[in-house]
Design a protein around this ligand. Sequence first.
Ligand code: ADP
Length: 190
Amino acid sequence: MINLVLFGPPGAGKGTQSDMIKEKYELLHLSTGDLLRGEIKAGTPLGIKAKELMDQGQLVPDEVVIGMIDSKIKANKSGNGFIFDGFPRTVAQAEALDQLMASNDISVSGMVALDVDEEELTKRILKRGETSGRTDDRNEDLIRARVKEYENKTAPVANFYDAQSKLKSISGVGSIEEIFGNLCTAVDSL
Ligand code: ADP
């Protein structure tokens, strides 16, 4: 079983690479951003609350995303494994994920971080906003707020996995195929 945490700032390419990784290794792709957007689309109370925060570039509360992931892990623990995309996004979420995994007798294999500089990120997200239909991708102030939130709350998650010797970093700049090749090498070494 491979249980991969794909890490990186907004716009680093986690979604694109996750799609390719899940095909190759036959993993279940769990994106908390996609799950939240699903709740918004369905108009659930959770979605309505989450939208308010997401529209300001803020994270939704830990217990909300942990609850969403919990049921998915339980239901799929006998598969080939998971690729976590956009989760864990805080150290509290990382600790909760370790506990959830342990209670299902599985564990996180490792984290691969995609490195991309802030200027490139903003460019990519604005470009994505032209077609993605995501309102949070259209406004430069909102994008900067998301990157700030990432730096303050999410970046420390890399140290959490580094302390367990589970962190690998690769460049997230280059062609999609080139990055995918380096990512596969990192996954194979976990
Ligand atoms: P991106 O990483 O490109 O910003 P995502 O789709 O991963 O896009 O996330 C969109 C928004 O959803 C985030 O800005 C945040 O508000 C919310 N979100 C997603 N995942 C989490 C999480 N694990 N914890 C808290 N909030 C989250």
